[in-house]
Design a protein around this ligand. Structure first.
Ligand code: ATP
Length: 200
């Protein structure tokens, strides 16, 4: 696709839900979370470099990455964390670009939780922020995951603020309402993006 929409929003805002509604309309998705797992899957160069750097203990019996072990190794260790980021960020970025280039839909959507925080908004033609209040972020996330309000609050605090995301967004999709309300908002944006893509 020659036109890419960057989709973002805070924890529990509804990015996945919105992305799936675009997918129902035939739009290809590239998901940063999925790509970041793919680039360290068994047999990848990324995983081989991690194992060489951290040692074989970082792998599970079956040869896959031991995520818990890796998390422990970079927790409270900025040097190791930076080493890992320097390894993975360029690989993730180039894999996302490859998948976007391979997309054949009228436009494509790049779903990235930390789109602005990680400067990935530079890779897209326009940005779409899914917006809900922090209260609703806490409500929906604690309903979905085994986490408490305080843990969600801490994650919210570690992400770009609601105001910052809203001020950087080209489009905002309000997700305080029902899924069916969301579906019609997605449909309107889809028509807009089809037109923009045709002009690009
Ligand atoms: P994260 O970044 O934490 O992975 P996300 O932004 O991808 O979250 P979703 O997983 O899409 O968010 O939505 C969070 C939760 O809220 C899910 O359980 C989803 O089903 C629910 N949800 C999303 N939109 C609505 C809505 N309009 N009404 C009710 N529930 C919703």
């Amino acid at each position: 696709a020659n036109f890419v929409v960057g989709l973002t929003g805070g924890i529990g805002s509804g990015k996945t839900t919105v992305a799936n509604l675009f997918a129902e309309l035939g739009i290809d998705l590239v998901d940063a979370d999925v790509v970041s797992r793919e680039v360290v899957a068994k047999g990848t160069k990324g995983l081989a470099e991690i194992a060489q750097h951290f040692g074989g203990d970082i792998l599970l019996e079956n040869g896959e990455l031991n995520r818990t072990a890796l998390r422990d190794r970079i927790f409270n260790n900025p040097t190791e964390r930076e080493w890992l980021n320097n390894l993975l960020h360029p690989i993730i970025r180039s894999e996302m670009l490859t998948q976007l280039q391979n997309s054949t839909s009228d436009y494509a959507i790049l779903v990235v939780p930390l789109l602005f925080e990680n400067g990935l908004d530079r890779l897209v033609n326009c940005t779409l922020v899914v917006d809900i209040s922090p209260e609703l972020q806490i409500q929906r996330t604690t309903l979905r995951d085994a986490v408490n309000a305080e843990q969600v609050q801490n994650i919210i605090a570690s992400q770009a603020s609601r105001d910052e995301k809203l001020s950087k967004a080209d489009d905002v999709i309000d997700n305080h309402g029902s899924i069916s309300a969301l579906r019609s908002k997605v449909s309107a944006l889809h028509n807009k993006y089809i037109k923009l893509a045709a002009q690009t």
